[in-house]
Design a protein around this ligand. Structure first.
Ligand code: UGA
Length: 316
């Protein structure tokens, strides 16, 4: 199959390209505009560098809002739409403009393209942030009540997918990721920040009391599920949670990182971050039945891999 991955240089996008290329039947076109975001361009170029010479991989530097679809979409079987501006805490104030442009307008333009040049599947990368505050395990039928402008932008993207599915039969699948971590994690995310600060012997900042929990999902597990969506049957029109193997609180994760480093770190408690749910917890039964998904990596293994990656690339 010929597969387009938007946001190919990003944390999850670059792992997804790698995962898809493991299947000899796939040719992958990775598209990215290197738009300014939390991850420096240098790090995003590094994420993709090892794939640039792969015989079944093509990279296109291209902004979705300036793309001529007839040059790109004919012959594409599957679109994975991962491009966008991520991050819950940075979506407030004037910065929301960039979320509107890159998460909402760009998604609508890509859907317009897929209306004109039909594909077999349009897989949209969404987020647990669309749910808002929930108690217990959350399944896909739960109400969507995002708490942050970021969550609103991603939920709007989902709604646009549904609009184009309804009116133009764009074959949409929505995947909701839960706090993904591992090698190449974005530098604004908790684990990357904690690891960097420990390495620099600086105190770490904890938002709120640190007892908030996340359904942390290891990136290799996440992309295994995403890649399975390419060939899975009967998933068009579905929304599917992709959660991890282990839920934990921020404080528990810090203790694991300290154990791996064999050192203690100073904690600075800050006010609670705006717009964050206290807990996230995915019901992954749909992913299990529709994608054959079973997360494999526990926090200790996953954090160890992320620490090794950061130690090996200190200049990124
Ligand atoms: C992450 C991603 O950043 C979003 O792009 C994604 O869509 C979202 O997951 C999701 O699953 O919906 P978040 O859960 O905030 O968002 O991920 P982290 O940055 O890893 O934060 C995890 C927890 O650590 C949060 O409660 C946060 O407040 C806390 N944290 C973060 C700190 O206590 N200190 C820090 O320095 C950073």
């Amino acid at each position: 199959m010929k597969i387009l991955v938007t946001g190919a240089s990003g944390f999850i996008g670059s792992h997804l390209c790698e995962q898809l290329l493991q299947d000899e039947n796939h040719n992958v076109i990775g598209l990215d505009a290197y738009i300014k975001s939390s991850t420096p361009v240098k790090a995003r170029k590094h994420n993709l560098a090892h794939l640039l010479h792969h015989p079944r991989f093509t990279f296109i530097k291209q902004d979705l809002l300036k793309t001529n679809w007839e040059n790109l979409l004919p012959n594409i079987d599957i679109v994975y739409h991962l491009a966008g501006i991520p991050g819950v805490r940075s979506s407030w104030g004037k910065d929301f403009k960039t979320y509107i442009k890159n998460n909402i307008e760009a998604t609508q333009q890509l859907l317009e393209g897929c209306r004109q040049f039909p594909v077999k599947k349009f897989i949209y990368a969404s987020t647990s942030s669309v749910y808002g505050e929930k108690t217990g395990q959350v399944n896909e039928a739960a109400t969507t009540e995002p708490l942050s402008p970021y969550g609103v932008s991603k939920l709007t993207g989902e709604q646009l997918c549904k609009v184009y599915a309804h009116n133009d039969n764009v074959p949409v699948v929505i995947l909701r990721f839960f706090t993904v971590y591992g090698p190449r994690q974005r530098p604004d995310m908790a684990f990357h920040r904690f690891i960097n600060h420990i390495m620099q012997n600086k105190p770490i900042t904890i938002y709120g009391d640190g007892n908030q929990t996340r359904d942390f999902t290891y990136v290799k597990d996440c992309v295994t599920a995403i890649a399975a969506a390419a060939t899975a049957e009967g998933i068009i029109g579905q929304t599917i949670n992709i959660g991890g193997k282990e839920r934990a609180s921020v404080l528990e994760c810090i203790s694991i990182i300290e154990e791996i480093f064999g050192t203690k770190v100073e904690r600075q408690f800050m006010g609670k971050a705006y717009g964050e749910p206290r807990h996230t917890w995915a019901d992954i039964s749909k992913a299990q039945s529709l994608l054959g998904y079973e997360p494999q990596t526990d926090l200790r293994q996953g954090l160890r891999a992320e620490i090794i990656d950061i130690c090996n690339n200190p200049s990124l």
